[in-house]
Design a protein around this ligand. Sequence first.
Ligand SMILES: NC(=O)c1ccc[n+]([C@@H]2O[C@H](COP(=O)([O-])OP(=O)(O)OC[C@H]3O[C@@H](n4cnc5c(N)ncnc54)[C@H](O)[C@@H]3O)[C@@H](O)[C@H]2O)c1
Ligand SMILES: [Zn+2]
Length: 358
Amino acid sequence: VSDRIEVTAAGGAYPVLVEPGLARRLAGLLPSDRAALVIADANTAELLGTDLADRLGAPLFELPAGEASKTLAWVERACSAAAAAGLDRDALIVAVGGGVVGDLAGVVAATYLRGVGLVHVPTTLLAQVDSAIGGKAAVNLPEGKNLVGAFKPPEAVYVDPELLAGLPEREFRSGLAEVAKYALIADSRLFDLLRENSGAVVARTMDLMTAIIARCCEIKAGVVSRDEREDGERAILNYGHTVGHALETALGYGVMTHGEAISVGMEVAARLGLAAGVTPADLPARQGDLLRAFGLPLAPATAPATVGVEALLRVISRDKKARAGEVRWVLLDRLGHATAGHRIDPAVVGEVLAGSLP
Ligand SMILES: NC(=O)c1ccc[n+]([C@@H]2O[C@H](COP(=O)([O-])OP(=O)(O)OC[C@H]3O[C@@H](n4cnc5c(N)ncnc54)[C@H](O)[C@@H]3O)[C@@H](O)[C@H]2O)c1
Ligand SMILES: [Zn+2]
């Protein structure tokens, strides 16, 4: 089985290939006449990066695993490695890893020599269904997440679901939050498939996961092809992310995973949608059932002072995506369909948040 999905971008179209075992034949798929630099973190170097670099005869640049490496300092080191290896404008950056490696490699590929080629080999579920597609790349500043970056569409994305076999359980479930999100905002049939097979999903059954990953890639590819720069439709991908991001910020990164935070964010968004008269009455419970089946939380486990309602509201109004301090919400208007741009009375938001926190 192999799925080939086409993404349209301003700089040209690129394919997303989804196929179990693809990583093993990757060296033969990449152009042999172009210099390359493989970027991986400590875990993904061992998983694939070192072997791929050997086969390509390319140098490997390795960073420490984790969000703390997504900085300009590591971009500079990777660019120095590219320069030391004599990479020219025709060269290719090959990102082997999760969203951290993909984002960092994207910034390197966008800026080294004012831009070289980029190929994504995503190795986490989140990266396979989300961050490797769509061309957004950014690194963090001490002042906040993803504040410096560029649009850098890759030349190709190679997705091998077999790479997920050794992904830590919490990372896998975190990726399932994004999978659930795609079903909720764009595909009620995918929702039914996930709900009816949640046990097999959690057990990472290969055929099923391949089909699910391919469908999620197709949904994201469709959305970003129609709206690359997020002038409109792309905003629906932020379902659950307004409160999710606020939770991550308020708790400090690393307390909840991104997926856990947006799972809670989707629960709040469903209740908000209900309060606003946009979301059908049965939807919050149906969504909650799926998230629970994936082992995801509907509320933060602990509520230190930093995630009180007031603190969360303050962080939410500072969100990068708020225009002039006014928050626009993404809400479900039915199962498998979302709309963006909803304004909700802050008093209502406060009430719903108060009812959603422990
Ligand atoms: N550019 C975008 O559009 C976009 C979208 C969503 C998220 N992101 C970014 O993605 C980042 C999060 O990505 P992530 O969740 O993939 O985290 P990550 O890249 O830190 O990977 C999570 C952990 O899993 C390990 N790992 C990766 N693949 C593995 C494998 N196959 N087997 C075993 N271990 C493996 C990593 O080494 C790391 O320790 C955030 O920085 C976020 O901002 C970007
Ligand atoms: Zn997300």
